[in-house]
Structures are given as C-alpha cells and as structure tokens.
Design a protein around this ligand. Structure first.
Ligand code: AMP
Length: 185
C-alpha cells in the first residue's frame, strides 16, 4: 500500500499507522519521528529543524522533502509505505507527487482522520510530550488549519481522499480505515 494518513497532531495517525504496519508490513514513515531522531543525533538537519519544532511551526519544506526523498529510497519502502505527518503543505504534497511519479509508484489513497479541536487538545494534554503545552498545541492546530488542511481539496480533486471519523475505539477506527482503502492496497 502507498498511502498517507492525514490529520491534525493528536488525531491518532501514529497509532493507526502502527496497526496498518502490523497487518501489511508496509513501513510507517513519520516525519515527526525522523526529525526528533535528527535533533537527538545532533545532525545538521536536526540543528536546522529544532527551532521550528520547538515553536510548533513547520520545518522548512526543502528540509522535510529532502528527508522523505532519502527515506523512500530505502529498500523497505519499495513495496509500500504509510506516510504519517507528511505532507503538511501544498509544496510538500506537490513534491511528493513528483517524486512518486518519477518512481512510477503514485499514491493510492489519503485517509483523513477527522477529530475536532477540543478533543485534540484534551488528548495531547493527556499525552504530555515536552512540546505539548496548551499554548503550543493551540498553535500547532492553527498551523494545521492554515497550512495543512488545504491539502484536503488538493487530494479530493485527485479523487484520492477518504475521510474517516477519528473518534471512538482504536479497533473501530482501524476497521473504518481498512474499509476506505482501495482493494489493491
Ligand atoms: P509530529 O510528531 O508529526 O507532530 O511532528 C512534530 C513537529 O515536527 C511538528 O510540530 C513540526 O515542527 C515538525 N514536522 C513534522 N513533520 C513535518 C512536516 N511534514 N513538515 C514540516 N514540519 C514537520
């Protein structure tokens, strides 16, 4: 399968990507995890990304796109992938389409996990990661609405968008996602 799990921070993308990975073996590629790894390892990329991450802003498109380009070349991504937290801007979505077209492996589906803002804030405060204060959560939601949500129209126009209710039991949400996946995925 070649899919994007799309949703606000805290919408459950990571949890659901993990469930899909268990079933399909397609790797979960989470740009947030890759970036946190780069920061922890003190790489050039990590140094450049850190300030934006701490502020809850998007890391520059060219950095994230370059990172994904390298990741998609790794052998485990050859037969599929579950993108989690990428793309987050129109420029990233266009770069991804270009990359996948060049590889002859276009995206099959974008699954939108729909969760409202108040539910997100409650979930993220309960999760308690270092960058999860109420102010940064609100800011990250604002960034999501302004810069990332417009991608819904982009993928809808391509006929690739499926919206799934992201509230409820993890198993039920997983079943809704599976029902929305194309047969070939
Ligand atoms: P996440 O774990 O997905 O919530 O990502 C944590 C932080 O990493 C975000 O708040 C951004 O600062 C950064 N980040 C992750 N993915 C992207 C992306 N696709 N584009 C830009 N910044 C990103």
């Amino acid at each position: 399968m070649r899919i994007v799990l799309f949703g606000a921070p805290g919408s459950g993308k990571g949890t659901q990507a993990h469930r899909l990975l268990e079933e399909s073996g397609a790797p979960q590629i989470a740009t947030g995890d890759l970036l946190r790894g780069a920061v922890a390892a003190g790489t050039e990329l990590g140094k450049k990304a850190k300030a934006a991450m701490d502020a809850g802003d998007l890391v520059a498109d060219e950095l994230v796109v370059g990172m994904i380009r390298e990741r998609l070349k790794e052998p485990d991504a050859e037969y599929g992938f579950i993108l989690d937290g990428f793309p987050r801007s129109l420029a990233q979505a266009e770069a991804l389409d270009q990359m996948l077209d060049d590889m002859g492996r276009p995206l099959q589906k974008v699954i939108h996990l729909k969760v409202d803002d108040d539910e997100i804030v409650n979930r993220l405060l309960a999760r308690g990661r270092a960058d999860d204060t109420e102010a940064t959560i609100r800011h990250r939601l604002e960034v999501f609405h302004k810069q990332t949500e417009p991608l819904l129209d982009y993928y809808d126009e391509q006929g690739k968008l499926a919206t799934v209710e992201g509230v409820g039991e993890i198993d039920d949400i997983h079943r809704r996602i599976n029902a929305a996946l194309p047969d070939e995925a």
